[in-house]
Write a protein that binds this ligand. Structure first.
Ligand SMILES: [Zn+2]
Ligand SMILES: [Zn+2]
Length: 164
């Protein structure tokens, strides 16, 4: 299976495993990296597609253990707040952040409608244009996340080959 998130992460020489990053960040900020937070992050990071809170709860439940979706939501809030996962609003689902970028950076998500894969980009050019437009409108953004739906390169290529 083609993993967009991992491919993209490999572009960054300073790539750090998201779990390692979470541990470091929690240590630096004196935060609790609880077992549940770790489990939730590990589950999201293991998927190339965005995952919903209920799917995560389901995945973590079993063997007599029952993880409530509300606990997963709380863990996701924490992870989102610290930039370890991002919420994809159009899917009401979450992806782990494959690379480190500034906490206030604008983000661009490319969501493939064929395979459900997701790629995360930062674009300073789009960000500054967007900032200018919002500022002119007298608006103060709390986050800048742009979601773009379409077809990824791998899917296009596959379809192109199939059509030959
Ligand atoms: Zn990110
Ligand atoms: Zn695709």
């Amino acid at each position: 299976m083609h993993n967009h998130a991992a491919d993209h992460a490999h572009d960054h020489a300073d790539h750090e495993n998201v779990l390692d990053r979470a541990e470091r960040l929690c240590r630096e900020r004196d935060l609790q990296f609880t077992r549940l937070r770790r489990d939730v992050l590990e589950t999201v990071a293991g998927e190339a597609r965005p995952m919903g809170a209920y799917d995560i709860a389901e995945r973590l439940s079993g063997g007599g253990k029952r993880v409530a979706a509300v606990s997963v939501y709380r863990a996701l809030d924490f992870l989102t707040e610290h930039g370890l996962v991002h919420r994809i609003a159009s899917r009401n689902a979450f992806v782990s952040c494959g690379h480190s970028h500034g906490e206030r950076d604008g983000l661009l998500f490319l969501i493939c409608r064929s395979c459900g894969g997701i790629d995360e980009l930062t674009s300073p050019a789009i960000e500054s244009q967007l900032d200018q437009a919002v500022t002119e409108a007298g608006f103060t953004p709390t986050s800048r996340i742009i979601e773009v739906e379409g077809e990824c390169g791998a899917c296009r290529e596959r379809e192109g080959l199939a059509g030959q």
